[in-house]
Design a binder for this molecule. Sequence first.
Ligand code: GLY
Length: 349
Amino acid sequence: MIGGGIIGASIAWRLAERGVEVTVIDAGELGGEASSAGAGMLAPGAEITDVSIWQALALESLRGYADYVAQLTEQSGVAIDYRRFGAIELALTEEEWTGLRERSERQTFFGIPSEALSAEATRERITALDTRALKGALWYPDDAVVDPRHIMAALRVALQKLGVKLIEKSAVESIAINAGVVEVRSPEVHMRATDAVLAAGAWASGIRVSVAGEPLALTRSYPVRGHLTKYAAAPDTLQPILRHHHTYLLQRTNGPLIAGTSQEDVGFNRTVDPATEADIRSRAEALIPGLVKDQPSETWTGFRPAAEGLEPVLGQISGQPLWLAYGHYRNGILMAPATADLIVNQMVR
Ligand code: GLY
């Protein structure tokens, strides 16, 4: 397994459960990039707004998420903060309200249920909300939130218990396939395997792949930076995810409230931009006035793993012992369980 983010580690876990001998090699630490930076929204409600290649995977994953979390907790003994309180998307103008209701009708057709809420009903569900401009809201009952850092901690333990070998801080540079054998090389490691999975997120296409000495061009992967920032809040200030356009807020069970986000094409630049942080804070505080900056203040960036065409790259390279699983973009945390099942069912027959 090349890449130990939530996608690679989940595939490795499911393979090991089926008795496959697995090694995971990661350039950093298991889940050290997008998988621990993400807020952990399991929320097709606002993410899947039209029929697309994402929808089946997202909905299947959401349906199976509680089981994925329960199995992972049972095997690892690590508690995972998973909250299924739905999501609320706000309309602050008549135009937004019309747009949301149209969207809700489309989504009903492809399996995302929602319900229109009056301003009054919205206020009842989120008492801290500034409802002065509220025209209405959509309620997505199935959406949920998970702490992805807990998932990664649990995956680490589950992998170790199943005897999966973890090689961290070793960046794979090349994958060479010759006569059905895969050779994986990093500066520290030279490994042979019968099959390999490339799940290196935004870094995937930077790895040289060749078949019988001929280079193989992969769909380009690239990072889309996002900022998130944290507030201190009393537990249950916010049960559902709260969204308005590109602003979202969600809360962990023990209090911290996370607000996002930005979408920036700046390459692998991790720097927190103070202007972007201030913009997110002002958008979040306009929705929930009186939010209190976490002390010490914490704002971070993460690299969403995009792929050219903004579609996930999934499946086997035809006739070769190499599977690809990257490009999950905004929804890797959500789609990890169904991606793992998809790839593992193809690999183990
Ligand atoms: N899934 C939300 C985001 O990428 O910001």
